[in-house]
Design a binder for this molecule. Sequence first.
Ligand code: MG
Length: 202
Amino acid sequence: MKIVCIGRNYAEHAAEMKAELPSAPVFFMKPDTALLRDNAFYLPSFTQDLHYECELVVKMDKMGKHIDPEYASNYYSHISLGIDFTARDLQNRCKEKGLPWEMAKAFDNSAVVSDRWLPVEEFPLEKAQFSFYQNDILKQQASGSEMLFSIDQILGYVSQLITLKTGDLIFTGTPAGVGPVAIGDALKGVLEGQEMFHITVK
Ligand code: MG
């Protein structure tokens, strides 16, 4: 299983990162070891600026290569919510030097995914409303409709290059409002009014 993450997929977040709007989806990957398994998240010692990025997540139902965006909706049936944890200080250093982002993005436990999944039949991703709270303070709130590239465009684009397999996860990008986390923080994600995850940073 692999995790494909889209960057700069919300205009306001690209602006807060002082990044240009992409003309094609920007993506990177996290390995399966990045998935947080038991909800026990420990602040890593190698970063002084760990950021949350709350994102809609899609799970592949079947293998896909050269997926036609027109038929991409046949490849997934459920959406969820997660956090793309990012070591922002390391990422900024990588960006300055034009280096890959893996050390800032792909480390152990950097991918939080709710164990709850909502059917797209009932909750289409394109309209999904989600919000993220840090210590009960609203930090991020968005709708899937604000994504620059739709999930169907993303699957079409990525699968031209990389075969997507059953169980692969797609993080679809974060809206504006990202920020640092500290030990003791309670991080909560809500999708369509339903609490999807609630973790405490240790
Ligand atoms: Mg992200």
